[in-house]
Ligand binder design. Structure first.
Ligand SMILES: [Zn+2]
Length: 170
């Protein structure tokens, strides 16, 4: 079983959900958030191998592989984790504490800004998940940052802005 780490209420007051310009509902900073702040759990049901195959085929983009190899379906979660949108210039990242995935801020985030993460998607069927983050460095697809230069080269119309490999935080 996944161990639950209870967030202090002070930490939950830092963020809230509302409509996002990127996609559906997003998570926003209620106040200036410092680097390294725990923002939310990523929680949900642990799937069997059969269920993972079914959900992947159905295009479920909330699947998260845990360090021990189990796969969690964030779409069934109770905390705010599932509402964090992807962007090509993320402000938070996944970190595992006692095996539990948490979402942590990777830079200071001003009040009112939507907080985004890197979903870490492999570039398989990359065109299936278009990105609408609107960041200046958007590659056009939801894909892990180390693959951005390659995806930009192969799929994006704007191939001039090839900044090279970036480091993944966390
Ligand atoms: Zn983008």
């Amino acid at each position: 079983m996944l161990r639950t780490i209870h967030l202090r209420s002070r930490e939950r007051k830092h963020v809230s959900t509302r409509n996002s310009k990127i996609h559906g509902i997003g998570v926003f900073a209620n106040q200036l958030i410092a680097t390294g702040q725990v923002l939310a759990h990523y929680d949900g049901r642990i799937l069997s191998a059969k269920e993972v195959k079914r959900e992947l085929a159905a295009g479920n983009r909330y699947l998260l592989e845990l360090p021990d190899g189990r796969v969690m379906d964030g779409s069934t979660g109770n905390d705010l984790g599932r509402f964090f949108n992807y962007s090509c210039d993320p402000s938070a990242y996944f970190e595992y504490r006692e095996g539990a995935p948490l979402i942590i801020s990777s830079r200071p985030i001003p009040r009112g800004e939507e907080i985004t993460i890197d979903y870490g998607f492999e570039p398989i069927e990359v065109t299936r998940f278009p990105c609408t983050c609107g960041k200046p460095n958007c590659v056009g697809y939801i894909v892990a940052r180390p693959y951005h230069p390659m995806v930009r080269r192969l799929w994006s119309a704007d191939s001039a802005d090839n900044a090279g490999m970036r480091t993944v935080r966390g």
